[in-house]
Design a protein around this ligand. Structure first.
Ligand code: BYC
Length: 327
């Protein structure tokens, strides 16, 4: 499988590297940016295609749980804000597909792999958004986790990916604030509204922790990706930072993180917290989450429904090219 090809390439020791690979690693170690036309090891290119492609798919699939609430947003203002946010996610997908294209893979190929079940998207989008409070929780927690992961990616070693992340991060912070603003309104509303906010937090807490990927001990790609500075932090480091950032935000809302094991640890200067149920995570990755089938059906339908647009654009481009050639 595609992902396995990538995995088997990783983790080379320095004395096993070719001279080109050593020179490449030296550039990375000096903090230089790698650009599309530069020489790069095949494993580096494939790891980036996997990560950026998966990231792009996540942005696009991530529109579905929120798009579900556009027609039901409680006020015109909330509707406008949510619409703008969902459109931003489409834009993020496009920047990321463009960044991946600089590595020699087309957007159509990446989409084809997603639709054939050969590429992943973030596990979080396989959970349903059952109430309006879930839209608050998604913005606050899911976009909050996304920012935690993506701010360091602005310094990732591959130039086009790092540059795409700059604008994405600016927009993600607006998304996080809009989610938190919904949570503030709900948490300060009627007892029923506050209960809805708590219920949304209860359901989204552990899936949000899973967004950072498996624990470092089980992360297949981290060691090589960090050596190549594709990843700047480990999965556990970012998860810890996310928990430490989010706990006071929950307190401010008067809501409770659904973790009896949560406690401040003075010695480490951070919170101790319970791990998510990793067997649930791997089930979701295998396609057995609550919404996997629904999400894939929606993407396949969108691809098929868009065929006439793609054909029309191709016909138009061919006509223009023929007209230019005849000039
Ligand atoms: N979900 O070795 P590991 C957004 C897979 S969009 C699914 O640690 P890596 C938003 C992993 O792919 C946010 N799969 O992997 C959008 C690997 O399997 P393969 C998306 C996951 O790559 C719209 C295996 O588990 N963000 O926020 O070193 C609306 C072993 O993992 C997940 C990004 O994509 C997961 N959560 O580290 C609102 C950020 N975690 O590929 C919000 C960029 C792990 O070997 N990506 N896997 O079959 C990354 O930073 C890294 O790829 C990860 C995983 C930290 C996610």
């Amino acid at each position: 499988m595609y992902a396995q090809m990538v995995t088997s390439e990783g983790g080379k020791a320095r004395d096993e590297m070719t001279p080109e690979e050593r020179a490449f690693q030296d550039r990375i170690d000096r903090g230089e940016r790698i650009e599309p036309k530069d020489w790069m090891p095949e494993g580096y290119r494939k790891t980036l295609i996997r990560q950026i492609g998966q990231h792009a798919h996540s942005e696009v699939v991530g529109q579905l749980p929120e798009g579900n609430w556009i027609t039901r947003a409680p006020t015109l203002e909330r509707k406008q804000i949510l619409l703008a946010k969902v459109q931003d996610e489409a834009g993020h997908g496009l920047y990321l597909y463009s960044a991946a294209e600089t590595l020699g893979v087309s957007r159509d190929e990446l989409t084809g792999m997603l639709l054939a079940g050969k590429m992943k998207y973030s596990s979080i989008f396989n959970y349903p958004t059952l109430t309006w409070a879930d839209i608050g929780a998604v913005g606050w927690l899911v976009d909050g986790a996304a920012i935690m992961n993506q701010v360091p990616l602005q310094r990732t070693s591959y130039g086009p990916y790092a540059r795409a992340m700059v604008r994405i991060c600016k927009e993600e912070s607006f998304h996080q604030r809009q989610g938190y603003s919904i949570m503030m309104t709900m948490a300060r509303g009627t007892p029923d509204q506050k209960a809805m906010a708590q219920d949304a937090l209860n359901r989204f807490w552990y899936p949000s922790l899973m967004m950072f990927g498996p624990s470092d001990a089980d992360s297949v790609h981290s060691a090589q990706s960090m050596a190549w500075k594709i990843k700047i932090n480990t999965n556990d480091e970012l998860r810890q930072k996310f928990v430490d950032q989010t706990v006071p935000q929950a307190r401010f809302l008067g809501l409770e993180i659904p973790d009896p094991g949560l406690a401040w640890n003075e010695e480490k200067g951070g919170h101790d917290f319970s791990q998510p149920d990793w067997s649930e995570f791997y089930e979701v990755l295998k396609g057995n989450g609550p919404c996997n089938a629904e999400r894939m059906e929606a993407r396949i339908e969108a691809w098929e429904d868009g065929a006439w647009v793609r054909e029309g654009l191709m016909a138009h481009a061919e006509k223009r090219a023929a007209a230019h050639a005849a000039e």
